[in-house]
Design a protein around this ligand. Structure first.
Ligand code: PGA
Length: 247
């Protein structure tokens, strides 16, 4: 089964209206890579301006509430994201699972709300360094998948495997470890969704950059990347798009 690669940037709590100028060259690179999907997930405050500036580049958010509207002070819903031009949303990033104490059940509810609204939902999973050292990486991620994935398959579902110890650290998992984990995630997706699980894209995340992207994209069942630090500037992000396009 051939799956289109997805390169998704995660700006986290970075960026500004002025920084949206970086997206011009990212949009050019995306146009030059028609076999690759490219999305940039900005802070909420920049989504509308980003979507207006680069209309043919997919823009996403980094979180969403499970409800469409209501008494949820400070939160943003999936229909609100759609209205301002977002097409993608990251849910269950390890920084939110940690800082905002998001549970697997909360992540699943967010993913289901996003998918129901027609957004692509990028569901994040990944083990800590202690869990990997203890030999529990596969079991940890399997449990996260069981708890966080939507009940029903949806075409716009994406999974991102991000080992926590590789995020923002400059460390990346070895090709062997990435392949083992992505293969295990694929098996879990097929067990859960049947043949449709073969079509779900699995991204790798954690210190992806120009110098390691090609090797990572060559690993089986790696269908793209979720890129933090290296997505903040076009000069760092564009070579990753090019690597995906070449692969
Ligand atoms: P990083 O972040 O590329 O800066 O390691 C990845 C992520 O947290 O999505």
């Amino acid at each position: 089964m051939t799956r289109r690669k997805l390169i998704a940037g995660n700006w986290k709590m970075n960026g500004s209206l002025a920084a949206l100028a970086e997206l011009d060259a990212v949009a050019d690179a995306a146009r030059a890579a028609p076999r690759v999907d490219v999305a940039v997930c900005t802070p909420f405050t920049l989504i509308a301006a980003a979507a207006a500036r680069v209309p043919d580049l997919a823009i996403g958010a980094q979180d969403v509430h499970a409800n469409d509207c209501g008494a949820n002070t400070g939160c943003i819903s999936a229909p609100m994201l759609r209205e301002v031009g977002a097409t993608h949303v990251i849910v269950g990033h390890s920084e939110r699972r940690d800082e905002q104490r998001e549970s697997d059940a909360a992540v699943r509810a967010k993913a289901e709300a996003a998918l129901a609204a027609g957004l692509t939902a990028i569901v994040c999973v990944g083990e800590s360094e202690a869990q990997r050292d203890a030999g529990d990486a596969l079991a940890t991620v399997a449990a996260q998948l069981d708890g966080s994935l939507p009940a029903a398959h949806a075409d716009h579902l994406v999974v991102a495997y991000e080992p926590i110890w590789a995020i923002g650290t400059g460390k990346t998992a070895s090709a062997g470890d990435i392949g083992e984990m992505h293969g295990a995630i694929r098996a879990r997706l097929v067990a859960r969704y049947g043949a449709a699980g073969e079509g779900v894209r699995i991204l790798y995340g954690g210190s992806v950059k120009a110098s390691n992207a090609r090797e990572i994209f060559g690993v089986g069942d790696v269908d793209g990347a979720l890129v933090g630090g290296a997505s903040l500037t076009a000069s760092a992000f564009v070579p990753i798009i090019e690597a995906a396009s070449a692969g």
